[in-house]
Design a protein. Structure first.
Length: 255
């Protein structure tokens, strides 16, 4: 990977903030539509139209051949779930991952949504995923490292009895959707890549219910892979885009 490691100018930071705010607005908007009976294709349509209405472009669409405007990852799907015609059912948990491109800059954010009443276990994994993301964000220091973030996430997730996904994680973001550095959900303090002021990263831990291996499935016509748990156990994820400042950080994907 490359890109996104050069400090942004004040003007670029303004653009980045706008893309992130609008992405967060779309994620907030879609929440009201997530209920039993709605299909993930309908969610895709809602995200697509809302994104355009804000003057943004849905970045997943045609990204390395990805066929939809949003990722919808249900239950055992870890990430990159492709919207389809299956209606969501009471008890499902779904990650909706929205990325907007506005004026050449990207804002990337996701959250878990509970479909009707869900099991205690399903509710718990969502809660732990959200808190894991926040623990990772709180570990960010200018000139700290990606390992500081991974360490904080892994420590919290394992203490709660869940399993962080090691193969995939966060990324540099800015003028490119995905670039350096890789932001892992495990690691050692002080290891990994340096966090530079006035660059942006995502923190987006994926956590699983069991330590079973993860499985990759192809998407027709795309280089993007869908990831899922191999044993059908649950997976959950939250994501924010973060600006690293000279004194700390700022969460940009807030409405
Ligand atoms: N939004 C995802 C991420 O957090 C990437 C989706 S790429 C797509 O990095 F092609 F699947 F849309
Ligand atoms: Co991301
Ligand atoms: Co995302």
């Amino acid at each position: 990977m490359r890109g996104n490691v050069e400090p942004l100018t004040q003007d670029e930071i303004r653009k980045m903030k706008r893309a992130c705010r609008l992405a967060a607005q779309t994620l907030e908007y879609v929440k009201a539509f997530v209920k039993p009976g709605v299909t993930t294709n309908e969610i895709d349509q809602i995200v697509h139209e809302h994104t355009l209405s804000l003057g943004a472009r849905p970045a997943p669409l045609n990204y390395h051949g990805f066929p939809k405007s949003v990722c919808t990852s249900v239950n055992s799907c870890i990430c990159h779930g492709v919207p389809d015609d299956r209606p969501l059912q009471e008890g499902d948990i779904v990650n909706i991952d929205v990325t907007h491109e506005v004026d050449g800059f990207y804002g990337d954010t996701s959250a878990m949504f509970l479909v009707g009443e869900v099991s205690e276990r399903a509710r718990k994994i969502c809660e732990v995923a959200k808190e894991a993301m926040l623990k990772g964000i709180e570990a960010i220091r200018p000139y700290g490292t990606t390992g500081d973030i991974g360490f904080a996430i892994n420590k919290y997730v394992t203490k709660k009895g869940f399993f962080p996904v090691k193969e995939i994680g966060g990324h540099g973001i800015g003028k490119r959707f995905h670039g350096d550095p890789f932001v892992p959900s495990y690691g050692k303090k002080g290891r990994g890549e340096k966090l530079r002021p006035w660059t942006c990263i995502t923190v987006e831990p994926m956590i699983n219910e069991t330590g079973a291996p993860i499985r990759e499935l192809p998407i027709e016509g795309s280089d993007v892979k869908v990831f899922e748990t191999s044993d059908g156990s649950l997976s959950a994820q939250y994501e924010h885009t973060i600006l690293i400042t000279d004194t700390g950080y700022e969460i940009l994907t807030v409405p």
